[in-house]
Design a protein around this ligand. Structure first.
Ligand code: C2E
Ligand code: MG
Ligand code: MG
Ligand code: MG
Length: 284
């Protein structure tokens, strides 16, 4: 990191920063071939009903098994893919793979309704003209009902979006696809603005859950979450919380009226058969 301490404003050579930039460059260049060679894979993290702990669905989280660097998390390469546009074919692959997986689960899990699948969309995918057609195509080819798919869009991607930008999401919502506002509470969205967006789920950011780590939890934090939940419910939005790591948090969030939750307390992201096992265990 360039140091500005002591009034020195010039940059000091930082070999670590150089190395990081070189790695970034290398990773960016390697992305297209990695997609061709099938180096990406998806982990699934269950979403559970806070009421009874039953599995509601799973979020698809992409990883890159890099031949030299090992398994890389999305924070390492999604921003690069976003910048080069590779996110569009990569995102299409994730959608196709996750929907295929969800369809497989739904064939084996017939009672209690289909398992839902959540897929993240990045801002570049939102702006890509093929989004609606690609999604319809993926759903039709797999046979998964649109109501079992939830697309997660970050709050920041929708801030200031005009009607044109919202149109594809609106079309998908009209088909029955759920749209979730991911990382909610980290952006600057005007709460009143929510009613204008075609979303049906709010995903409360992990920072709220973290605020509840302390015992007793900060009463102001609790009031804020309570307020968001009641506003969301009055707009007929479901509330999911991310980053639940302890039983105490889960209990607290359940009392505050949150609907579904996700976090290490329930399960870390993992291989697809993990979800399969959880759901089958649930069904017995
Ligand atoms: P996100 O959509 O908010 O996903 C939740 C992140 O929180 C995941 O990180 C998950 O592993 C992590 N997490 C879940 N439970 C806990 C917990 O209890 N404690 C803590 N500390 N962390 C928890 P991950 O897998 O590293 O993904 C990071 C972000 O990368 C995602 O944030 C999402 O924005 C993005 N991403 C992942 N997959 C895709 C994808 O296929 N497409 C796009 N466009 N973005 C993706
Ligand atoms: Mg997400
Ligand atoms: Mg999130
Ligand atoms: Mg997040």
């Amino acid at each position: 990191r360039a140091k500005s301490a002591g009034g020195n404003r010039f940059e000091i050579a930082d070999p670590e920063a150089d190395a990081r930039a070189i790695t970034r460059h290398g990773l960016t260049n390697a992305l297209p071939a990695a997609l061709d060679r099938g180096e990406f894979f998806i982990e699934y993290q269950p979403l559970v009903h806070l009421g009874d702990g039953s599995v509601h669905g799973a979020e698809a989280l992409v990883r890159w098994c890099h031949p030299q660097h090992g398994v890389l998390g999305p924070d390492r390469f999604i921003p690069l893919a976003e910048r080069t546009g590779l996110i569009v074919p990569l995102g299409r692959w994730v959608l196709q793979e996750a929907v295929r997986q969800a369809r497989f689960w739904s064939r084996r899990h017939t009672d209690g309704g289909p398992l839902r699948i959540n897929v993240n969309l990045s801002p570049a995918q939102l702006q890509h003209p093929g989004l609606v057609a690609d999604t319809v195509d993926v759903l039709e080819r797999s046979g998964l009902e649109p109501g079992a798919l939830c697309l997660e869009v970050t709050e920041s991607a929708l801030i200031g979006a005009d009607e044109d930008r919202l149109k594809p999401l609106r079309q998908l919502a009209e088909m029955g696809v759920d749209i979730a506002l991911d990382d909610f509470g980290t952006g600057y969205s005007n709460l009143a603005n929510l009613r204008r967006l075609p979303v049906s789920v709010l995903k409360l950011d992990r920072s709220f859950t973290q605020g509840m780590q302390r015992h007793p939890a900060d009463p102001v934090d609790l009031k804020i979450v309570e307020g968001i939940v009641s506003l969301a419910h009055s707009l007929e939005l479901a509330v999911t919380v991310e980053g639940v790591e302890t039983a105490a948090q889960a209990e607290q969030l359940r009392e505050l009226g949150c609907d579904t939750a996700q976090g290490w307390y329930y399960a870390r992201p993992g291989a697809p058969d993990r979800i399969h096992t959880l759901v089958l265990a649930d069904a017995v």
